[in-house]
Design a protein around this ligand. Structure first.
Ligand code: DOR
Length: 459
């Protein structure tokens, strides 16, 4: 039987879709099964399912079937910075990359630092996102009452920049931080870099190099010590108040002992790594320059190794992207002027499949860290696992079909990628969101399948 031709499905809602011969990777196992999608949910998971009348067929022989990635850290730049990216363009690129849900950061304009701003952002997102969406409330030195008033489900978490980065959102008042960890009704997620240490390092770099600091200095300016100082402070605060804390985008070996290797169900303090910190190390600054300037900085080869080890030990719970697009023009500046951040959503899963092919991580661990763990830690309702009755957010990955990144296949609005010219060993074959095929045969179908995520975890 022919597999479904995706262009026919454009704009049409699938009532039933049968995926046959898939190598399902789910809950620590790889097994050959068929999966029947019924409307927006997974109907049955079983071997030898027959094609129901009127159902479409996808033959996934030789391919992996996974729950879609739930990316807990993206910057899609809407509202206010939409020349870099917007919810439509970036969510479509994410879906093409196998990301079926995303959680967007508050450093936009206006900043998402009030419950009203959150409501406005959800209204702007409605019916425009290819993938499912949730938004963070941003903490500031002056909005603790907004944080206290938050209800579970209104935001995926409360984001605190405990280190200054893109946008003016540093939270450094010790009393405010104390109150935040004491009162936040949901998980606090933090960017940890100690800004005074960084400012001091910047001053010394200026003295030595002037304005044109070589990019290779970035990991010494945004230093490992600055990371450790800030993440230690966050861990202390969380312990003191028994708060739920998730530290975003960790980059250094010296921070790893802060985190337990117990299963996430036993932890209130969890850790994250991003794909670019697992992929690049400081030897790449010479070639890629400001393209890989990001905060926290990409650090040494030893740090990268330590992150992979911590991921395998369970010290690091989640893999995310920190997708942070800036235009080529903005990036074409000297060290201090070039903004930090890089576009990643379209290629994140492919980088992880390369790490699988290199033997650095297993495919079961990959799925655990990109889908199951964010589902559990953020309390995402009915997503992140392939289970009967749960939403049909699925990705089919072809491990034997290489994918070369070139200017002509970039989908993010900024139209550049740090991976240009790289050939990944695997490709995204199909992405299904809420039962709808949103990407297949190498093209987006145009289906706007994304819905608002529901979050059920209180502190
Ligand atoms: O590199 C980064 N870029 N790190 C951040 O924390 C913010 C992000 C951005 O918004 O550009």
């Amino acid at each position: 039987m022919d597999s479904v031709h995706f262009s026919r499905l454009k704009d049409s809602f699938l009532s039933k879709l049968l995926i046959t011969n898939a190598r399902l990777v789910n809950e620590g196992q790889v097994r050959d099964v068929d999966v029947l999608i019924d409307g927006d949910r997974i109907g049955r998971i079983e071997s030898g399912l027959s094609l129901p009348r009127g159902a479409e067929l996808v033959d996934a022989a030789g391919k992996y079937l996974l729950p879609g990635m739930i990316d807990d850290q993206v910057h899609f730049r809407e509202p206010g910075m939409t020349h870099k990216g917007d919810l439509e363009t970036e969510s479509a690129a994410a879906a093409a990359g196998g990301i079926t849900s995303f959680m967007d950061m508050p450093n936009v304009n206006p900043q998402t630092t009030t419950r009203d701003a959150l409501r406005d952002k959800y209204a702007v997102a409605a019916n425009r996102c290819t993938a499912n969406y949730g938004f963070y409330l941003g903490a500031t030195n002056g909005n603790i009452e907004e944080v206290k008033a938050l209800e579970v489900g209104e935001a995926c978490g409360v984001k605190a920049f405990m280190g200054a980065s893109t946008g003016d959102m540093l939270v450094d008042d010790p009393e405010v931080l104390d109150s935040l960890f004491e009162h936040s009704p949901i998980m606090v997620v933090t960017h940890c870099e100690h800004s005074p240490t960084i400012w001091d390092n910047e001053r010394r770099a200026r003295e030595r190099f002037g304005e044109d600091v070589p990019l290779s200095e970035h990991p010494r300016i945004r230093s490992a010590e600055a990371c450790l100082m800030s993440s230690s402070m966050a861990v202390d605060l969380a312990r003191r108040h028994d708060a739920l804390l998730h530290i975003l985008h960790l980059t250094t070996a010296i921070e790893m002992p802060l985190f337990s290797s117990a299963h996430r169900s036993e932890k209130r303090i969890t850790a994250e790594v991003c794909v670019h910190h697992l992929w690049f190390d400081e030897t790449r600054y010479e070639e890629l320059g400001t393209r890989i300037k990001c905060n926290p900085a990409i650090k040494s080869a030893e740090d990268r190794k330590a992150l992979l080890a911590a991921l395998n030990e369970g010290r690091i719970d989640i893999i995310a992207t920190d997708h942070a697009p800036h235009t080529v023009q903005e990036k074409s500046a000297t060290y201090f002027k070039a903004p930090a951040g890089l576009p990643l959503v379209q290629h994140a899963m492919l980088t992880l499949f390369d790490l699988v092919a290199q033997g650095e991580i297993s495919v079961e661990l990959l799925v655990d860290r990109v889908s199951h763990a964010p589902s559990d830690l953020f309390g995402v309702k009915d997503r992140g696992y392939v289970r009967e009755g749960w939403f049909a957010d699925l990705v089919i990955v072809d491990p034997a079909a290489p994918y070369k990144v070139s200017e002509s296949n970039l989908l993010c609005k900024c139209q550049w990628s740090p991976f240009e010219g790289h050939e990944f060993s695997a490709s995204i074959d199909t992405t299904i969101i809420n039962g709808e095929v949103v990407y297949g045969d190498g093209v987006l179908t145009g289906a706007i399948a994304g819905r608002r995520l529901e979050f059920e975890r209180a502190r």
